[in-house]
Ligand binder design. Structure first.
Ligand SMILES: NC(=O)c1ccc[n+]([C@@H]2O[C@H](COP(=O)([O-])OP(=O)(O)OC[C@H]3O[C@@H](n4cnc5c(N)ncnc54)[C@H](OP(=O)(O)O)[C@@H]3O)[C@@H](O)[C@H]2O)c1
Length: 332
């Protein structure tokens, strides 16, 4: 019986939020691997805020997804047919397999994963790209030391939740910023942050004054916009601001404004953008440490798994409305 593939192709470039109209869902037979290739049955797909940016025509750190191409997506799955000497049938793998049920690979950029070590969705979260972003972004650029005050936005999310936990391991006082009382309770009670500011309840600046009386030594920014502005206004001397993402701006049609940047001058502070791929040659090191912290119970991995490949466009929106709690993963 030939296997049937389903693929989401980018049909048009969204203006504002991406909707189902921006994609074509096509069905065709799964491709046959040629010499050197393997066929992967995708089991879980990573839904990432960055996907929205990849749909834009603009120049970025990766080329845009072309119109008519399979939507770019990270995923984990199982090799079901192989003509590649490095990939055996039955092996579990992670890679940029795209928003489809079956993917051909020549093995480049594919990582073997062990479901006995952690459940498959965790390989898209704490042991995957968000884990590496949190680990290297915080430790290499944020560089927290014992006693520092570290503030993390998107604190209940995939990257933010891990950043705060790693900062606690390094002996920092950690203040999260998240939307709503439930998420803030999770951030404090389950992830062990010292406090969490509910930005939807109102005044972030007042929360920062209360929880960061000596200012912010490290601000790990996942959201940009007004929350970034409030944090800039509260920096301590020699603070490090890590620009990881700006989800509040991804659907905007106007460029963002930055009003408080002179706080960097006054405080001799730095603001540095990061791209996780720059640490690709050190993922093995970061992965080993994250596996160890997970095994020791020092890090909690949280995934929000939604079932149904066909729901991709609507499920992606959960990231922008804040409906996800932890790393958002689509089960095929
Ligand atoms: N630079 C890199 O290499 C790299 C790698 C991975 C991720 N990132 C970036 O890291 C950030 C977090 O990604 P993630 O995968 O961990 O996603 P996530 O935090 O799991 O999910 C996104 C969260 O953003 C929050 N959010 C949405 N709209 C917002 C708004 N207008 N203002 C404030 N918060 C808002 C929501 O939480 P609330 O309910 O709390 O609002 C939502 O749950 C994103 O900006 C992403 O682009 C960067």
């Amino acid at each position: 019986m030939p296997l049937t593939n389903q693929r989401f192709l980018l049909a048009s470039r969204p203006q504002g939020p991406a909707t189902r109209e921006n994609f074509d869902l096509v069905e065709d037979p799964a491709p046959e691997p040629q010499d050197g290739q393997a066929l992967v049955a995708v089991e879980y797909l990573s839904l990432d805020p960055a996907m929205r940016g990849w749909m834009n025509e603009a120049r970025s750190y990766v080329p845009p997804v072309g119109i008519g191409e399979v939507m770019r997506a990270g995923a984990v799955g199982r090799v079901v047919e192989s003509r590649n000497a490095q990939l055996a049938e039955g092996e579990h793998v992670a890679g940029m397999f795209g928003m489809q049920r079956y993917a051909l690979t020549d093995g480049r950029g594919v990582q073997r994963i062990d479901p006995a070590l952690a459940p498959m969705p965790t390989w898209l979260g704490a042991l995957g790209m968000p884990g590496m972003t949190a680990y290297f972004g915080l430790l290499e650029v944020g560089r927290p030391v014992e006693g520092d005050t570290v503030v993390v936005s998107g604190a209940a999310g995939a990257v933010g939740g891990l950043v705060g936990q790693i900062a606690k391991i390094k002996g920092a006082r950690v203040i999260g910023i998240a939307g709503g009382p439930e998420k803030c309770a999770t951030v404090v009670d389950e992830l062990g942050f010292d406090a969490c500011i509910d930005y939807k309840a109102g005044d972030v600046a007042r929360g920062l004054r209360e929880h960061c009386p000596k200012g912010i030594d490290v601000y790990f920014d996942n959201v940009g916009g007004e929350i970034l502005e409030a944090c800039l206004a509260r920096l301590a001397l020699h603070a490090r601001v890590v620009i990881c993402g700006a989800i509040s701006q991804y659907n905007a049609t106007e460029p963002p404004k930055l009003g408080n940047y002179l706080s960097l001058l006054v405080n001799r502070a730095s603001m540095t953008g990061i791209i996780v791929f720059d640490w690709a040659d050190r993922y093995a090191e970061g992965g080993r440490q994250m596996v160890q912290w997970l095994a020791e119970g020092r890090i909690t991995a949280r995934e929000d798994v939604v079932e149904g490949f066909e729901t991709f466009p609507e499920t992606l929106q959960m990231l922008f409305s804040g409906q996800n709690n932890g790393k958002l993963v689509l089960k095929v």
